[in-house]
Design a protein around this ligand. Structure first.
Ligand SMILES: Cc1cc2nc3c(=O)[nH]c(=O)nc-3n(C[C@H](O)[C@H](O)[C@H](O)COP(=O)(O)O)c2cc1C
Length: 181
């Protein structure tokens, strides 16, 4: 296995909550992150159980007819296809009128947080579905996101399930690189 940054694997976690101290420590790692024009626009909201369970149901009720309909059905049958059983989801958001690149700032910060979580032996998974679903009517408000903010990325965190070996299930090939000189 090549040397590199800590391996990132989809979270297969226990539902045991993390302490607020641990969550704050993870989030505060992002103090060191770069942001465009050094504006540092990223805000964080930590969603935890039992709210996450109620939130999934609320989302299922507003998913419109279409490609996401099966997700609504699965959630309403009690399958946690959205949060994968995670005890917490950290939401990164910024004011909509931030003029530079709030999306990049949020992703940079969340990636740093993810690396810190992995280095601490925790499990993580990006929840791209939530980044979409939180735009459905009333959902951002329900999650306590300020009205003038936009959500850019969401990361679930928890303790890794002890039975899961720390292996990467999908083989990683070297990535395509173009050197243009
Ligand atoms: C931007 C982004 C969004 C993702 N959204 C989801 C998601 O909503 N649900 C999910 O289960 N996994 C999500 N993932 C996780 C990936 O599908 C995949 O599990 C991850 O790349 C690690 O794969 P591995 O654990 O198989 O190595 C997302 C990953 C990224 C980078």
């Amino acid at each position: 296995m090549a040397e590199g940054p800590p391996q990132v694997q989809a979270l297969r976690q226990t539902d045991e909550p993390l302490s607020r101290e641990t969550l704050s420590e993870l989030i505060n790692v992002t103090k060191a992150c770069a942001s465009a024009k050094n504006v540092r626009p990223v805000h964080y909201t930590v969603l935890s159980r039992p709210f996450l369970t109620e939130f999934a149901t609320a989302i299922a009720h507003v998913i419109p007819e279409g490609p996401m309909t099966p997700f609504a059905g699965a959630i309403l049958k009690g399958h946690d296809v959205l949060f994968r059983g995670a005890p917490h989801v950290i939401v990164a958001h910024a004011k909509e009128d931030v003029p530079f690149s709030p999306e990049s700032d949020c992703v940079i910060a969340m990636s740093a947080m993810e690396m810190m979580a992995v280095a601490k032996g925790l499990g993580t998974v990006w929840v791209g579905f939530l980044t979409r679903m939180i735009t459905l009517p009333g959902m951002s408000e329900l999650a306590g996101i300020p009205e003038d903010h936009k959500v850019y990325c969401c990361l679930a965190v928890g303790h890794k399930a002890p039975a899961i070996p720390h292996i990467r299930p999908a083989p990683r090939e070297d990535v395509p690189i173009t050197f243009h000189e």
